[in-house]
Design a protein around this ligand. Structure first.
Ligand code: ADP
Ligand code: NG1
Ligand code: MG
Length: 455
């Protein structure tokens, strides 16, 4: 039994990773690391694509993380290397302005987002020189937030190397903001949970002001992650920002229809706040004001009383300038209903009714249907995997993270876990050689881990 203990196993894995990272560092820079920083990835249990609309979400940090070995020096440059040979070395001078190329989101630009965030926060003119080697175990572009783990790790490294100190909340807010330099206009869930997570706990993350509250998950179930093995890089594509833009336009259209000053309002939650309405009333307002047919630019500009030039510069992001049609009704309906599901999920966890697992599972399933049909952020492989998870014993299963590929999270009663894993392994992974090769890092039971830390 001891040999199977997850803590012992993960400690052993960590020990070997730190050893390997140390030797890679020494080989690369001929010097020893002075410290190690670690930032976890996350799984979002419920509340998808609503953080950037101002609504609360319910994630937990996972064991998979980004780990960096660092030494501070007088080289006058920031040198970055990665254990994975696919991620090439990069070096930037400390006296130059940090440039991040959004059109070409290489791995080191995510790191530089974190560096730039700390630099700007403290107004540091001359960053200290440092050498870093990065090692990541979060499956990339799969909805478990490898990107934010990297940004948060870089933020932590830069703070420490430059002998600054910040609260976890401040770090989370800085990293949420600076990850946007890569081009995606995310909401802050990923960076918040990466910093604010605690071992064994899921959190309700609320925004404005940022606040993380413990959520007690039912003891009778575990959360299992399965990756559909389709990658979607959010910064290299426009899917993510198109959704952000559609929500922004929907917020303005609803505000305008209710006689509010729509130039000030950019988030669906702000409109609800101004109207002092319930989420049910907001859904009814969507039904009343918006139509299911896609909107074109002319219709939006006319309704909001703005020019096409204003539409392009104030509402669209740089990578969505080509978009001509916007599904405002579907996106807003998803957001308001998903925000309500998060609150219900939290309520079930707090009140612990006898049928808690069934209630939570139903909410997860409704969330997936809404992501698939209204938000259109799933993909055929992920839908197939979610179906298989439900058939294999999960009481709830849904896509997690941004979607268009990546992972599903399933809630599985403890007594069914072995049967579940076997069925999903055989039904999704083993019959396809590419997936079979990725199975070990693609199908696993989650351990709830602590947030960012140093070694
Ligand atoms: P996710 O859903 O995992 O956050 P993103 O598309 O937002 O996916 O970010 C993925 C990008 O993050 C990768 O293309 C890569 O540039 C970077 N990344 C992820 N893991 C690592 C790693 N271990 N080392 C370096 N860069 C990484
Ligand atoms: P992932 O899938 O980890 O890139 C993205 C956003 C989140 C959130 C989710 C969808 C970033 C850094 N992350 O996560 O803020 O909007 O999608 O719920 O933009
Ligand atoms: Mg990401």
């Amino acid at each position: 039994a001891l040999r199977d203990s997850p803590t012992l196993k993960s400690r052993a894995i960590l020990y070997y990773r730190l050893q390997a990272l140390k030797s890679a560092f020494e080989k690369k820079y001929g010097d020893s690391p002075q410290f190690y920083a670690c930032a976890p990835g996350r799984v979002n249990l419920i509340g998808e694509h609503i953080d950037y609309c101002g609504y609360s979400v319910l994630p937990m940090a996972i064991e998979q993380n980004i780990l960096a070995a660092v030494s501070v020096n007088k080289s006058g440059s920031i040198k970055l290397a990665n254990i994975n040979p696919l991620y090439k070395d990069y070096s930037v001078s400390c006296s130059e302005d940090i440039a991040i190329d959004r059109d070409n989101p290489k791995w080191y630009y995510y790191f530089l987002c974190g560096v730039k965030g700390i630099q700007e926060n403290f107004g540091i003119t001359n960053l200290v020189g440092m050498s870093c080697v990065v090692d990541g175990t979060v499956p990339p572009s799969s909805g478990l937030s490898s990107s934010s783990a990297l940004v948060c790790c870089a933020g932590l490294v830069t703070m420490e190397a430059n002998q600054k100190s910040l609260s976890k909340v401040a770090l989370a807010e800085i990293c949420a903001k600076c990850e946007r330099y890569i081009g995606t206009e995310g909401g802050g869930m990923d960076q918040s949970i990466s910093f604010l997570a605690e071992c064994g706990k899921a959190k309700l993350i609320e925004f404005n002001p940022l606040c993380a509250t413990d959520v007690k998950l039912p003891a009778g179930a575990v959360f299992v992650i399965s990756n559909c093995c389709v990658e979607m890089n959010k910064a290299a594509s426009s899917h993510f920002n198109i959704r952000v833009v559609e929500c922004r336009i929907a917020a303005k259209m609803l505000a305008q229809a209710r006689g509010l000053d729509c130039s000030r309002l950019v988030k669906l939650a702000q409109v609800q706040g101004e109207l002092e309405a319930s989420l049910d009333e907001m859904e009814a307002l969507v039904e009343e004001v918006l139509h299911p047919e896609p909107y074109n630019r002319e219709e939006i500009c006319k309704a909001l009383g703005i020019t096409t030039a204003q539409f392009c510069s104030e509402l669209l992001s740089s990578n969505t300038q080509h978009v001509t049609h916007f599904r405002l009704y579907q996106r807003a309906k998803h957001v308001y209903s998903e925000a309500r599901r998060v609150l219900r999920f939290k309520h079930v966890c707090d009140s612990e009714p006898a049928d808690a697992l069934k209630l939570l599972g139903d909410l997860m399933n409704q969330s997936h249907s809404s992501c698939r049909d209204l938000y259109e952020c799933s993909c055929p492989e992920l839908d197939q995997l979610v179906e298989l998870c439900l058939k294999s014993g999960a009481v709830g299963s849904r896509l997690t993270g941004a979607g268009w590929g990546g992972c599903a999270v399933s809630m599985v009663p403890v007594e069914k876990v072995d049967v579940f894993l076997k069925a999903v392994r055989e039904g999704y992974y083993l019959n396809d050689p590419r997936r079979a090769a990725m199975e070990k890092q693609s199908l696993f039971v989650t351990n709830r881990r602590r947030g960012c830390h140093f070694y």
